[in-house]
Design a protein around this ligand. Sequence first.
Ligand SMILES: Cc1cc2nc3c(=O)[nH]c(=O)nc-3n(C[C@H](O)[C@H](O)[C@H](O)COP(=O)(O)O)c2cc1C
Length: 179
Amino acid sequence: MKIVSILGSGSADSLTRHGVLVVADQVRAAGLEFGLIDLREDYRSLHDVTEYAAPPEGSQTARLRAGLANASGVILATPVYHGTFSGLLKNALDHLTVEAFVQMPVGLLAAGGGARGAAVACDQMRTVVRALNGWSTPTHVSLTNDDVTEAGPTDDLRQRVADMVSELKDFAMARAHRA
Ligand SMILES: Cc1cc2nc3c(=O)[nH]c(=O)nc-3n(C[C@H](O)[C@H](O)[C@H](O)COP(=O)(O)O)c2cc1C
């Protein structure tokens, strides 16, 4: 069972990336496979809507959709920019069809200057997940610089991520049993 995280930060030295590293650890600790779609690396072009219905082989649209094809769950990870999630992440989600997340659990993680802004960004991602027919986990993870010290991510952050991953796994297992 594979969980794919979509990393929506354009920064090299990124707090969101630190959060995703914790996600990777906790997904693997839960006995699941982890995959990463790093939007900064390979997916920076604007969505080409002419490719939407029939994406050419090798196009950004085709590659993004293929990256999610075998996922049992997804974790969206974003920095908070001006009170919401990043344009880089929204651009990636615009490449997907409305069936992208059908019956799929979707975890949410946002990194902000403050925890309240990050929580709002997670709530806004819920709206988009619903439009893509996904099931967002009740628990989301908001993180700030206080969650990642020079010694690494705090135990508190690790536990919050583990709680979200646990919900994600439960949803994914329930779906697998129904199939
Ligand atoms: C253009 C811009 C807008 C931002 N707006 C907010 C905001 O509205 N609320 C907030 O809490 N932090 C805001 N921040 C701070 C970032 O969310 C914070 O620096 C976060 O760590 C960025 O994630 P990253 O390190 O993964 O890029 C903003 C940063 C930038 C560059």
